[in-house]
Ligand binder design. Structure first.
Ligand SMILES: CC(C)(COP(=O)(O)OP(=O)(O)OC[C@H]1O[C@@H](n2cnc3c(N)ncnc32)[C@H](O)[C@@H]1OP(=O)(O)O)[C@@H](O)C(=O)NCCC(=O)NCCS
Length: 280
């Protein structure tokens, strides 16, 4: 697959916010494909469909990316690519359009990609779930004051050396997908902030594991709940993202809406339809 051509096609097809991150999005969605279907006009890539195998549900193939150059839309290209793709992903019970964490860019299809929703519905994909991202304006408005930290807790940025203590805690409490996202955030793609009691991480927040504007995941162990650690760590991550020059962060696949609304003035902005289609 010609990565540069795919990024260029994505830049033509995607909404402005997504087009600005097309490079990171393409990388996230092409890490381990099980099928890549392409269409060309001469030498120019004008269509692409990419699928992966479900990380959480191995009976599901995931349709991760579907793009047709605007100059070639409504000519049946997406239809023919999806028909071909469905014959290639053998051995799966269904094909779904939902984020295949940790390798995803969106929870599903942003409702503003209305032609995509029309296309999927025409081809027998059923909208079964709705999800949403919240947007956090950057820099974070100074509304709520952080509660004072309990004296036995230290808050700081995570370094590579913290992973050996942090990852088992995350795996035990929240699962493998978050482990991968946190590793990617710490090892260069973004950042992670930690609350530590003794030598044990008791809360974390991460950003940039999927793409730079993405905030998440975050978690606080039950033993450290109710201390205001989540708000402190969230705002530290958003400060990092503001320092990149971003005007907003996306809090992915939320989650506790009232928490984010009060902790950083975030609001629900992007809404996604998730789809599924049984495979014969
Ligand atoms: C979604 C997309 C791939 C569709 O590509 P396409 O090649 O134009 O799709 P097709 O020509 O195969 O259309 C199939 C059917 O979908 C429906 N459809 C597609 N675009 C539509 C539109 N703008 N309005 C209404 N229905 C539409 C129609 O029923 C169409 O059949 P018809 O033309 O016979 O009526 C293309 O619009 C695109 O690249 N959009 C931007 C990227 C995107 O949204 N990707 C999904 C998220 S990654």
């Amino acid at each position: 697959m010609d990565r540069a051509a795919l990024v260029s096609l994505a830049q033509k097809c995607l909404l402005p916010d997504d087009a600005a991150e097309a490079s990171a999005i393409v990388d996230a969605l092409t890490r381990d494909p099980i099928a890549v279907i392409t269409r060309f006009d001469g030498d120019t890539l004008i269509g692409a469909a990419v699928a992966s195998s479900g990380h959480k549900d191995a009976t599901a193939a995931h349709l991760d990316l579907l793009l047709v150059d605007p100059a070639h839309q409504r000519q049946g290209i997406a239809t023919s690519m999806l028909e071909e793709l469905e014959t290639k992903v053998t051995g799966y019970a269904k094909i779904v359009v939902r984020g295949n964490a940790p390798d995803y860019a969106w929870p599903g299809v942003d409702v503003r990609y209305t032609p995509a929703i029309c296309t999927l519905q025409k081809l027998g994909y059923v909208h079964d779930t709705t999800a949403w991202n919240m947007s956090a304006p950057l820099p974070v408005p100074v509304a709520a004051k952080d509660r004072p930290l309990p004296p036995d807790i230290v808050v700081r940025r995570a370094a590579k050396e913290d992973l050996s203590a942090l990852l088992p805690v995350v795996l035990g409490e929240w699962g493998q997908a978050w482990v991968t996202e946190i590793e990617r955030s710490v090892l260069g793609a973004g950042g992670v902030h930690l609350a530590i009691r003794g030598n044990e991480p008791v809360a974390f927040a991460a950003w940039g594991g999927c793409h730079p504007s993405y905030f998440g995941p975050m978690g606080t162990l039950p033993s450290a709940g109710g201390l205001g650690l989540g708000s402190i760590l969230l705002r530290r991550c958003l400060d990092d993202q503001a320092a990149l020059g971003l005007s907003k962060a996306q809090i992915g696949w939320v989650g506790p809406v009232p928490f984010y609304s009060s902790a950083c003035g975030a609001f629900i902005e992007r809404v996604f339809f998730l789809f599924a289609k049984p495979l014969k």
